[in-house]
Design a protein around this ligand. Structure first.
Ligand code: DC
Length: 225
């Protein structure tokens, strides 16, 4: 049987991590897991249930009631996230969730909860997971770690195009402010801040398209197999 590895893709918000991760998983026949979706789903639960996330006891009790799982949807050709049996894959992309997710993802108990589940998902290898701390904390021994970046204007434009389809009222300024705020919180938090792992490969896709970046990543995979 072909050797299977764990591939981690970390990096700044909206620099195409999930696009590359999905393409890689498809090309290799691996499972793609969007770890950010887990933090977004937890944030959605906290918002809907008015959880005061500055209160450790409220957070601990809430986490007891949160059950997350991914299911492959052949129509969208991707794994979609379920929060307590409800498919929340699309609703978690709202700006309302994006505005709070970095704060929720900074809470140590939330990270312990999510990381334990992510590590279980990687037990069988053959997985591509994207996020902020996958190469540093979740899978420090992964065979291939990619760290993605791109210039801010390019990232803002990409995310804006994505969001305007669902929410015609969203502005470029709002999108930019949200990206910058999340990057700041994600890279300055105490627990598992966004960092490039010392053994990660840097991939800057400011000037390259999706096909070129997939080609680069597949060559990196071939070297590890
Ligand atoms: O990848 P994303 O933009 O959907 O992630 C949403 C937020 O979740 C992001 O701003 C930071 C947080 N996150 C994290 O802290 N650790 C991860 N492994 C993935 C996401």
């Amino acid at each position: 049987m072909a050797k299977k590895i764990i591939i981690t893709i970390d990096g700044w918000s909206s620099c195409g991590k999930s696009t590359l991760a999905k393409q890689l998983a498809k090309s290799l026949g691996y499972v793609y897991i969007d770890s950010g979706a887990m933090y977004r789903a937890i944030t959605l639960y906290f918002l809907r249930n008015h959880i005061d996330w500055t209160d450790a006891k409220e957070v601990a009790d809430a986490l007891e009631n949160i059950h997350l799982h991914f299911e492959y949807n052949p129509k969208s050709e991707q794994s979609e996230i379920f929060l307590n049996e409800e498919n929340v894959e699309y609703v978690i992309r709202d700006l309302v969730v994006a505005e709070k997710v970095s704060d929720v993802a900074s809470i140590a108990s939330v990270r312990t909860f999510a990381v334990a589940q992510q590590q279980k998902m990687g037990a069988g290898k053959g997985i591509v997971m994207d996020g902020r701390d996958i190469g540093t904390t979740v899978f420090p021994d992964a065979a291939l770690k990619i760290f993605m970046t791109a210039d801010i204007p390019v990232r803002v434009e990409r995310r804006y195009k994505e969001m305007i389809e669902k929410n015609p009222n969203v502005t470029m300024e709002e999108v930019k402010a949200n990206l910058e705020m999340r990057d700041h919180i994600d890279s300055h938090r105490e627990v598992s801040p966004l960092r490039m792992a010392t053994d990660a490969v840097l991939l800057d896709n400011t000037q390259i398209d999706m096909l070129e970046q997939l080609d680069i990543a597949l060559k990196l995979v071939a070297k590890r197999l």
